[in-house]
Ligand binder design. Sequence first.
Ligand code: PLP
Length: 371
Amino acid sequence: MKIETIAIHAGNVNDEGTGAVIQPITMSTTFLREADGSYPSEYIYSRSANPNRTQLENVLAKLENGVDAAAFSSGNAAGMTVFQSLKPGTHVICPDDMYHGLRNQLKTLFAGILEFDFIDVNDATVLEARIRPNTGLIWLETPSNPLLKITDIEKVASIAKERDIKVAVDNTFATPVCQQPLALGADLVMHSSTKYFGGHSDLMGGALITPEKNDWWTKIRQIQEMGGAIPSPMDCYYLVRSLKTLPYRVKGHVHNAQLLAEHLENHPKIESVMYPGLQSHPQHEIAKKQMQYFGGMLSFCVKGGAEDARRVISKLQLFTIATSLGGVETLIEHRASVEGPDTKTPHNLLRVSVGLEHIDDLIADIEQALE
Ligand SMILES: *Cc1c(COP(=O)(O)O)cnc(C)c1O
């Protein structure tokens, strides 16, 4: 089945009791047990499993072409589960451009527990030179946040496989509509469901998807259940509902992002535009090879400094000034000031989560703001 069909059907079961076409929300935290100690349904207690979470995990696994998925209460909880699943002392290689929340998590919560390096993972020479005997995981994020750098997943996976190192990919920016890392050799996919999966800036969630049920996956499931960073039945319900329109929403985001990127690239007040769908993007060829679409995120640098960038956003009427991404409304932010003092992000950079408004209205707004 194609992804549009999976998105609609894989997460739904008709309710046998009532005939409801849409699966009901099961708020119950606990499930009936027989006097003999057995459980008549597969459910026991909602931290371990809940019908709405099962349905969400089914659709997530199928969307990424995996065999199983685990849903979490946030993207960071999903990321933390991956890092907690590693043996203390494991060396982790991460990209130099990485979601700052997970970079800070590693540096703060995992200091002294794991070893890590932040490098240009796309440079095979650098990557191979940094691999140590205790390297257990290469973490990838492509397109990256906020520079939209592209990493060749297949190339990194083949380097890792030779040395028995696992590769996990944060696929939040791309979504499985644009890119399917498991098919390119990744061992695990991670998502912040808060972004395109939820799609309406109104719920938080995270996910991990595996291509096989191996020992690593057993450990991840244990952390999910014993750690308990699980999404509520309500959030699972809303996510299953939102995922039904994911393919069409993403295609709309992609359409607008490509047109906005092309428009901004020719603008005299703009220094550079970072979007993998542009010919001028330094890794455009890799993006073409591994992505079906180029995603809905772009960044651009205004000519001048931080003040010039802030002046542009202060004049925007339609673009909402806020962090986060993946919602139907266009969001713009001055990324360096969100990331804090140790940021390497240029101070004239603005990051845009291109929404589903009409592209003409978006272009008109940015035109007047740049005047
Ligand atoms: C938002 C985000 C996360 C973290 O997800 P939360 O749901 O905010 O915890 C991780 N990676 C990327 C790329 C993100 O954009």
